[in-house]
Design a protein around this ligand. Structure first.
Ligand SMILES: [Mg+2]
Length: 98
């Protein structure tokens, strides 16, 4: 199984091979593409279409991994770092209180 680091490279090689030569100056467009996939996932969830939801979740990861690779971000390292930070938070951090 590939690591997140390896997926970043594989996904980006595929994107480049298919003409998507993103550069760091394209970050706004790349973030909008991620947002678009989140919207598609939301629609699949509303439709209770689990197969479509799973595919859209993969699309989100693919777009995210590609954007991170283009921006020189090691997503695997950032996830590990952020998860460690999150573990220090109180239970239900950020949850709206009634
Ligand atoms: Mg999609």
């Amino acid at each position: 199984m590939k690591s997140i680091r390896e997926w970043q490279e594989t996904i980006t090689e595929y994107a480049v091979d298919h003409g998507f030569n993103w550069t760091p100056s394209d970050i706004d467009t790349m973030l909008l593409r991620i947002h678009s996939e989140v919207s598609e996932a939301s629609e699949a969830a509303r439709d209770e279409n689990m197969e479509e939801l799973a595919e859209e979740m993969a699309d989100i990861f693919i777009r995210l991994a590609n954007a991170c690779e283009v921006m020189g971000i090691d997503l695997e390292a950032e996830v590990a770092k952020k998860h460690s930070k999150n573990r220090l938070r109180q239970k239900l951090h950020g949850r709206k209180r009634k």
